[in-house]
Design a protein around this ligand. Structure first.
Ligand code: FE2
Ligand code: FE2
Length: 176
């Protein structure tokens, strides 16, 4: 049975993951309106991943018979000054989420909640990957901020989507 403190904090995290979903949809739409289909598709995919993270957390709480409260989320930033700003915001968001994931793991450990500690391990690895992806993209986009086709080419070549991760926790409502 998960520790009460962990359950409360995981419910909060579900809101952060849905907020990340909304932020990435806003980033995707920004690029879609600039007719940058590769960047738009990249952020639409990132958005779905964030939604999946939220639903993995929902599934964990349901599996543990713990209460789940789906929170409202603050509106994302929808106006951006250029092609680089959404990526800068995305990287900040991923770093913030990594801190939140670490805090959740620390709570599980403090409470000797070993199952929750193990549940968090996949998210720790995921944050390392997402920070690396956004950091690389920020470097490329900053370098090529006046050559959007170069950014599009990079995303098409290096970030065209990976196959599903078989080690990922189950996603609530996913019948696939
Ligand atoms: Fe996430
Ligand atoms: Fe993320």
């Amino acid at each position: 049975m998960p520790a009460a403190r962990f359950v409360e904090q995981l419910n909060t995290q579900i809101g952060h993951e849905f907020a990340a979903h909304q932020q990435y949809v806003a980033c995707a739409v920004h690029y879609d309106l600039l007719t940058m289909p590769q960047m738009a598709a990249f952020f639409y995919r990132q958005a779905v991943e964030e939604r999946d993270h939220a639903m993995m957390m929902v599934q964990y709480l349901v599996d543990c018979d713990e209460p789940v409260t789906i929170p409202s989320v603050p509106a994302p930033q929808s106006k951006f000054g250029d092609v680089v700003e959404p990526i800068r915001i995305a990287l900040e968001q991923e770093r913030r989420v990594a801190d939140q994931i670490n805090t959740l793991t620390a709570i599980a450990r403090e409470e000797n909640d070993f199952a929750s500690d193990q549940f968090m391990q996949w998210f720790i690895k995921e944050q390392v990957e997402e920070i690396a992806t956004m950091s690389d993209l920020l470097t490329v986009a900053t370098r090529a901020s006046h050559d959007i086709e170069a950014i599009e080419d990079y995303v098409a070549r290096e970030q065209s989507g990976q196959p599903g991760d078989p080690t990922a926790p189950p996603i609530a409502g996913d019948d696939g």
